[in-house]
Design a binder for this molecule. Structure first.
Ligand code: CA
Length: 749
């Protein structure tokens, strides 16, 4: 039977369920994802996208915009970090227009096709642009209207660039150096080759600072230098594009490696579609509505874009890379473009299931990056930005180790982490361990103003747990003793009077006035309602602080039922995460941002798993869809998408660093995960429906399962989790403490 299932799966076109424009109806004030139509391969070094926004604007493509201003290479993780190594191509008809705003061409979303492996748009002026990607290249086709002159503009974007036009080779080569976060901007070059198949009837350079146009010139270098070429009217122009951070020669090698065997755009697209279908087919779901399937695969698409493979493949087939951390070229693998605050919770635990080989390479690359940078990456884009709080690289490392990934030296990881945990990084903000002196002497980071002290304390304590867990696993008694104490520091910021995690001053007083609805202050992008649950490592310890299951579950209930009112606090104004919490209509449950996303799963620790089952289904059906308003907040490098993918499969990783996935309520009646080695893990939910969201009984490989979790080992060994679903809670299932998922602490009597 399983052979039949996989044969059917192999023929399915999953890419047809994915619209890359999911989440693009976003702006500065309100995020439905803050995404753009990324056209590209899994974890690709370069992605491609139409651009409707300004050069300096993080909102490079926004659904309400009416005009496209170019089609570009892109690397943007988040609008808050902006893009890097961008250049744009803009086809024009009639006359040459260089200015970004002036050249905008109107279009309709009805005339777009936006799939992972293929993007197409016919502009209102009749020009059609098509894009088919490979991991590091793009194959473009521009089809111009008959009669009128056909121009193609290359925009060198917003920093230094160099251009060389070679009409005899029908190519434009050069480099761009637009990038904000890099250790050595001087050495940063994105070398590109654009090779056309049609002769240039006219050509020249231009520069976008002053708008100067230089006909017949073949070379230029300066701020925002670009090129233009003219083709015959009605031309269908194929353009093969390759880029390298290492050298122009490597760009040529990559062009041959990745596009050499393809004659037509259709062939590149077909190969891209095959690769994506293979990947999507490894998480095959059935027995849901079409909209649920679309949402699932659109999320699975985005869960497989970041981090980016930053390495290139040399002539002999070996990986090597330009390091964004020291500006030098090194052998081996490198991954970047990710903020771990966003992704340690869900995206990495999902990738541990689907991509353990890549994760193994990645963990080594993290340690190499630490040597090159002096610090473990925290928020890289592509160099270190120092953004957000916490030292979450250790979560990735400990989680990989807990799941049997043995590619890296755990002692090296612990040493790198200890340096991180006992120093402040050189960037503005909390990187390294901002407030580390307080943390190690007081047991918490002292609160003043908007320093986010309590958020830091909670996240540091979780990170210390990860280090303790790793140290315990590998017999490092020294680090085990240090971090085995500090992982309980969350206790030092819990106020039993109010039942919230709060800010404390240096003397140990709770900072006043206190209002759990006030954002900022001791918290980061949230309030006390959101951060009180950030004890990923020890939910039972948190239950003990609350005084038992009843108080704890009452407080969980209060999160969903308290009015979503708020005070802007030290933010001094409404930030988009606040607006998204109000719009979500789930009280103080702010699913639009990371701190509280695991909280619906916490009922599983306190004897009420059916409430987890109820709420996760509510969240999935009410807050996600497959359209341009598909997310209830920033998608964040696959973080929010991975929350959905895991939850829709019926599992979630509350405590990365352990091997457990907590049970929720799957969306689908049937899901089959095919592991890298071909083994299959099947999740069946008999009788599942929007009404039958409650688990009545569960069996794992035929044996009754009362626990509210399964283990990584259960999944990767292959097997079957079988749930029977019903319309009413099963009050007797999964209610004992033995059924609760992992916590450091034991229940108190
Ligand atoms: Ca966020």
């Amino acid at each position: 039977m399983s052979a039949c299932v996989s044969l059917v799966a192999a023929r399915k076109d999953y890419t047809g369920f994915v619209d890359t424009r999911i989440g693009t109806d976003s702006d500065f004030a309100f995020s439905h994802g803050n995404t753009y139509p990324a056209t590209g391969m899994p974890f690709a070094q370069h992605l491609w996208s139409p651009q409707t926004g300004d050069r300096y604007d993080g909102w490079k493509y926004s659904w309400p915009h009416k005009e496209i201003r170019g089609f570009g290479q892109t690397h943007q993780c988040s609008p808050w970090m902006q893009d890097y190594a961008v250049f744009l191509l803009m086809p024009e008809t009639g006359r040459l227009v260089t200015g970004l705003k002036d050249r905008g061409a109107s279009f309709s979303h009805d005339n777009e096709t936006a799939r992972p492996h293929y993007y197409k748009v016919t502009l209102d002026n009749g020009i059609t642009t098509e894009i088919a990607p490979t991991p590091r290249c793009g194959f473009f086709r521009f089809s111009f209207p008959k009669k009128d002159p056909a121009y193609l503009l290359l925009d060198g974007y917003n920093d230094l660039s160099e251009i060389h036009i070679d009409p005899s080779k029908k190519e434009i080569t050069g480099w761009v150096n637009n990038v904000r976060f890099i250790s050595d901007k001087e050495s940063f070059r994105c070398h590109f080759i654009i090779r056309f198949d049609q002769p240039f009837l006219e050509y020249g350079t231009w520069e976008n600072e002053d708008g100067g146009i230089f006909p017949d010139k073949t070379d230029g270098e300066g701020k925002g230098f670009g090129a233009y070429v003219r083709f015959k009217p009605g031309a269908k122009v194929n353009a093969r594009i390759s880029s390298s951070y290492i050298s122009p020669e490597q760009a040529e090698i990559t062009l041959e490696r990745e596009l050499g065997k393809f004659r037509r755009l259709e062939d590149v697209a077909a190969e891209g579609q095959r690769v994506w279908n293979d990947l999507f087919g490894r998480v095959d779901v059935g027995g849901g509505t079409e909209e649920e399937v679309r949402t699932f695969y659109s999320c699975l698409f985005r869960a497989n874009l970041f981090s980016r493979e930053f390495y290139e493949i040399d002539k002999e087939g070996n990986p090597y890379y330009y390091s964004p951390y020291d500006g030098k070229v090194h052998e081996g693998y490198m991954f970047t473009d990710n903020g771990f605050w966003d992704t340690f919770r869900s995206q990495f635990p999902l990738s541990d299931i689907v991509h353990p080989t890549m994760q193994g390479r990645y963990m080594n690359a993290l340690l190499d990056a630490q040597e090159q940078c002096g610090w473990l990456p925290q928020w890289s884009a592509p160099g270190e930005t120092g953004g957000m709080v916490g030292n979450h690289a250790i979560s990735l490392l400990a989680d990989a180790w807990a799941k049997g990934i043995r590619s890296f030296d755990p002692q090296r990881a612990l040493k790198a982490y200890a340096h991180e945990a006992m120093n402040k990084g050189p960037w503005a903000g909390a990187n390294g361990r901002g407030g580390w002196e307080d943390y190690w002497t007081l047991g918490y980071v002292s609160h003043r103003g908007g320093n986010g002290a309590t958020a830091m304390t909670l996240e540091y304590a979780y990170d210390d747990f990860c280090a303790w867990k790793l140290a315990e696993s590998v017999g490092n008694g020294f680090y085990s003793r240090i971090f085995g104490n500090s992982m309980f520091n969350y206790r030092n910021v819990f106020d039993p009077q109010t039942g919230f995690m709060r800010g404390r001053d240096k003397e140990g007083n709770w900072t006043e006035p206190f209002d759990p609805e006030e954002w900022g202050g001791a918290y980061v992008e949230g309030d006390a309602w959101h951060y009180t649950w950030s004890v990923f490592q020890d939910i039972q310890g948190l239950i003990n602080l609350f005084g038992g299951d009843k108080n704890f579950t009452d407080k969980l209930y209060a999160v969903f039922t308290t009015e979503p009112s708020l005070k802007t606090g030290t933010y001094g104004g409404v930030i988009h995460e606040m607006a998204e919490m109000v719009a979500a209509g789930m009280g103080q449950y702010a699913h639009g941002n990371q701190p509280i996303q695991h909280m619906p799963y916490l009922y599983c620790y306190a004897g009420q798993p059916w409430k987890t089952q109820y709420w996760v289904r509510q969240i999935m059906s009410r807050l996600y869809n497959s359209g341009p308003q598909g997310y209830p907040g920033d998608e964040d490098q696959g973080g929010m998408s991975s929350w959905y993918v895991l939850s829709a499969l019926g599992i979630y990783s509350v405590t990365p660093g352990t091997d457990q996935y907590v049970l929720g309520s799957p969306v689908f009646r049937d899901a089959v995960i095919t592991l890298e080695d071909g083994k299959k893990f099947r999740i069946v939910a008999e009788g599942n429906s929007p009404v039958n969201v409650y688990i009545q009984t569960a069996t794992l490989n035929g044996k009754p399962l009362d626990a509210n979790y399964i283990r990584y080992h259960d999944i990767v060994s292959g097997g079957e989790l079988r749930l029977v679903m019903g319309p009413e809670p099963a009050y007797g299932r999964g209610t004992t403490k033995a059924a609760a998922p992992y916590s450091v602490s034991e229940p108190e009597d």
